[in-house]
Write a protein that binds this ligand. Structure first.
Ligand SMILES: *Cc1c(COP(=O)(O)O)cnc(C)c1O
Length: 413
């Protein structure tokens, strides 16, 4: 087709990224390895098709087959989570959240969300995000004593602020967020309740976490984190909000949907409905607990004392008062351990420096690693950070990381 031949310049970059992903440890809590079927659908001919609108109501011709793919994705999402309505078109989690705000709020409305420096997400009212510029977000946080959400405090805040919407969900909170008390609070103050399950959607699908769908008016999530699907977003809701949400996504916020990604979402929803996925979700949590325990043994303080989900937050100060999250992330990168710096509750350092690290187990669990490997991972981290000025030692750790990774290839063969 092309007279140019294979694009070596670009594809050699892809080859190097494939190599990086399979020879270093992927501990970023929002990342995962999709199945080959998800990759295949994402790279399919559906990328060629324009399909503005919704199945049966498109602006362009030739959508009969695409409609089937999108309907399949919608149906599978609704079945997987027990929802009355699904919109599978959000290009990402951020778009899903903005669409919900557009659907149920007026500019200036008050919204309750989790503090960003304690685990909340940018789209939950950050001043640099449209959510914080268009709506009046008021934040709740974790307690100083146990670093967990306190539902009585959230109730008091809700009664004082009378929000139109209560948003739950986090990007760096290692504990279960219980949807039931939040539903009661929303009812008490006459607010709508949205649960942003971006991180934990896979744990919910796999039965390792309570399902927020029966409690919340609206649930948003990303398909690429613990759910192990393609990069994208999804909105579930009661039938009552279906029309407003669909309108908010298109034509409100987005143009043509990414039907190749929607097809890959359908694949991921089917995979997440299999019995093996239950075992996967449970193993993610077992691995997080194992790595938390081993890291505590290395001298790191574990924020909130442990984890219920796929991630842990480390307080580096107990390990080394001088070591910032930024330095730790850079050091570990050199040792072949990929993760991110993260603020911890009450962090005296800025978000660009931080005193913490976030460690996630979804991706390594996808490769088949279990508790013994988690102990090795923690040991690599402790060793690298203790020897952060010794290049030779970092190189040795990187080599051993490579040996471990070679036994757990994300895409064997
Ligand atoms: C990751 C995340 C999002 C946004 O997802 P993107 O696909 O990156 O836009 C939204 N909310 C929470 C809680 C998240 O963790």
């Amino acid at each position: 087709m092309s007279p140019l031949g294979r694009d070596e310049e670009l594809f050699s970059i892809l080859d190097r990224e494939r190599e990086r992903q399979s020879t270093t440890l992927q501990l970023i809590a929002s990342e995962n390895f999709t199945s080959r079927a998800v990759l295949e659908a994402t790279g399919s001919v559906l990328t060629n098709k324009y399909a503005e609108g919704y199945p049966g109501k498109r602006y362009y011709g030739g959508n009969q087959i695409v409609d089937e793919a999108e309907e399949l994705a919608r149906r599978r999402a609704m079945d997987l989570f027990g929802a009355e309505h699904a919109n599978v078109q959000p290009h990402a989690g951020a778009n899903a959240n903005m669409a919900v705000y557009l659907a149920v709020l007026e500019p200036g409305d008050t919204v309750l969300g989790m503090r960003l420096d304690q685990g909340g997400h940018l789209t939950h009212g950050s001043p640099v995000n449209a959510s914080g510029q268009l709506y009046r977000f008021v934040s709740y946080g974790v307690t100083e004593s146990d670093e967990r959400l306190d539902y009585d405090q959230i109730r008091d805040l809700a009664k004082a602020e009378r929000p139109r919407l209560i948003v739950a969900g986090a990007t760096a909170y290692p504990r279960i967020i219980d949807p039931a008390p939040l539903r009661r609070i929303a009812d008490e103050v006459g607010a709508l309740f949205m649960f942003d399950a971006a991180h934990i959607a896979g744990l919910v699908a796999g039965g390792a976490h309570p399902n927020p769908v029966p409690e919340a008016d609206i649930v948003t999530f990303t398909t690429h984190k613990t759910l192990r699907g393609p990069r994208g977003g999804c909105i579930l809701s009661t039938a009552e909000h279906a029309k407003a949400i669909d309108k908010a996504i298109f034509p409100g916020l987005q143009g043509g949907p990414l039907e190749h990604v929607i097809a890959a979402k359908a694949v991921a929803f089917r995979e997440a409905a299999q019995p093996e996925f239950k075992e996967y979700a449970a193993q993610i949590v077992r691995n997080a607990r194992a790595v938390a325990e081993a890291l505590a043994g290395e001298g790191f303080r574990i924020v909130s004392g442990g984890t219920d989900n796929h991630l842990i937050l480390l307080d580096l100060r107990s390990f080394d008062e001088e070591l910032s999250g930024k330095q730790a992330q850079e050091t570990l990168d050199r040792a072949g351990v990929t993760l991110n710096k993260n603020q911890i509750p009450g962090d005296p350092r800025s978000p660009f420096v931080t005193s913490g690290l976030r460690v996630g187990t979804a991706a390594v669990t996808s490769t088949g690693m279990k508790e013994p490997e988690m102990a090795q991972v923690a040991a690599f981290m402790g060793r690298a950070l203790r020897n952060r000025s010794a290049d030779h030692e970092l190189a040795t750790v990187r080599e051993e990381v490579g040996t471990l990774c070679s036994k757990y290839p994300p895409y064997p063969g």
